[in-house]
Design a protein around this ligand. Sequence first.
Ligand SMILES: NC(=O)C1=CN([C@@H]2O[C@H](COP(=O)(O)OP(=O)(O)OC[C@H]3O[C@@H](n4cnc5c(N)ncnc54)[C@H](OP(=O)(O)O)[C@@H]3O)[C@@H](O)[C@H]2O)C=CC1
Ligand SMILES: O=C([O-])CC(=O)C(=O)O
Length: 274
Amino acid sequence: MTDQKASSELRVAIAGLGSIGTKVAAALDQGIEGLSLSAVAVRDPAKHQAFINGLRRSPKILPLDQLGDAADIVVECAPSSQLRAIVEPAVKRGRAAVVVSIGGLLDNFDLVDLARANGGRIIVPTGALIGLDAVNAAAIGTIHSVKMVTRKPIDGLKGAPFIVQNNIDIDNLREPLKLFEGSAREAAKGFPANVNVAVALSLAGIGPDRTQMQVWADPTVTRNVHRVEVEADSARFSMSIENIPSENPKTGLITALSVIALLRKQRATLCVGT
Ligand SMILES: NC(=O)C1=CN([C@@H]2O[C@H](COP(=O)(O)OP(=O)(O)OC[C@H]3O[C@@H](n4cnc5c(N)ncnc54)[C@H](OP(=O)(O)O)[C@@H]3O)[C@@H](O)[C@H]2O)C=CC1
Ligand SMILES: O=C([O-])CC(=O)C(=O)O
């Protein structure tokens, strides 16, 4: 009986044990109905040994491309540069890949076809955003426009390629500065660790070229603030979220919780929200 139950469990692997990955691993280890943590991939095993030893049941440590051998669901929690190395082998094996570095998917969109051809799936959590359920629903009808404004504290933006390439000094800002205005696709190139939310929003709605966004460096805020306005034939809605940064100042604390909530839904009897 116990064995039967265990074998019907969905095995979950996590790629990357940083701000998001450690919280998702800990939640799985503490228990999510019908799921178990089977494997992790890390760049430097020694760095993460203490964390792994602290788990109740030690997962295997595997290379990125072997996670799909050990899991039904592979959760990508690494930099976007690693997205392809994580998602490609998983979906080739017909596994589900949960992707948080969703900005990285825009240049690797063939992975969606690869997943389709092999019975795999690519699942994007709402992450650090809000209201993708409403955007999904509105997209069944016609969405006329989606506009998003992101404001982040200086620490959350440091090192973004757009800032470095344009030689913008944000360290001494005293008031908010609009850094960027354009499409979600262009924003993802300039701010790959900052606007995954805009790409998720765009894929739920009218796509990365029609989704308009602004990025502000704002020394007056302490949270990562995202405001979205949607105009559709079914509804008009505005949503905003003020994320408390995690130990990684670019990443809001709620992101890991969103992934955990998504995993909980995989086997939950009562599911709320689309
Ligand atoms: N969708 C959304 O709403 C959001 C998405 N994000 C995105 O989620 C991703 C993860 O964010 P976060 O957890 O804060 O990032 P962190 O930098 O805290 O963690 C990333 C982890 O990936 C590890 N890593 C890097 N390369 C590899 C590799 N080759 N193999 C295995 N592990 C590797 C790093 O290892 P090491 O410790 O050795 O460097 C690090 O532990 C980022 O791309 C971020 O932009 C963030 C916020 C919101
Ligand atoms: O955490 C946030 O507020 C959003 C973020 O970094 C991202 O979308 O990449």
